[in-house]
Design a binder for this molecule. Sequence first.
Ligand code: HEC
Length: 100
Amino acid sequence: MMAFGLLSAGAVSAQTAPEAAATCVACHGEKGAAPIMPTYPVLAGQHASYLEHSLHGYKNGQRKNGIMAGIVAGLSDADMRALALYFAAQESPLYVPSLP
Ligand code: HEC
C-alpha cells in the first residue's frame, strides 16, 4: 500500500491492476466483472468518475455501507483514482439498453 501510494495516478496504466485491486476482486469478482453476490455491484466498465466519486462517498460518509467504509479507510486519493481507472477499463458484462 505504501509503495502504491507513491505512484501518481497518471503514471498508472489503466490495464495494470493496482495492488489494492487484489482485495476488491474477492467480492466484485475477477477484474470487477463477476461479483460473488447479486447485491454486489459490477465495477468493470463503469465510468471512472462514477467509481471514484463512489469511493470518496464511502470515505467521507456521504455514502453509507459498512463493508465499503472499511475497505476505503486505508485508501489514498491516488489509490482510489487508480482503482477507478483500472475497473473502468475492464471489459464489462453490463450492456447499454437500446431504444425499441
Ligand atoms: C467484502 C466485500 C467487498 C470488498 C472486499 C470490496 N467491496 Fe466494493 N462493494 C461491496 C458491496 C457489498 C457494495 C455495495 C455497497 C452499497 O450498497 O453501497 C460495494 C460497492 C462498491 C462500489 C460502488 C459501486 C456502484 O455501482 O455504486 C465501488 C466503486 C466499490 N465497491 C469499489 C471497491 C473497490 C475499489 C474495492 C477494493 C479496494 C472494493 N470495492 C472491495 C463489497 C465489497
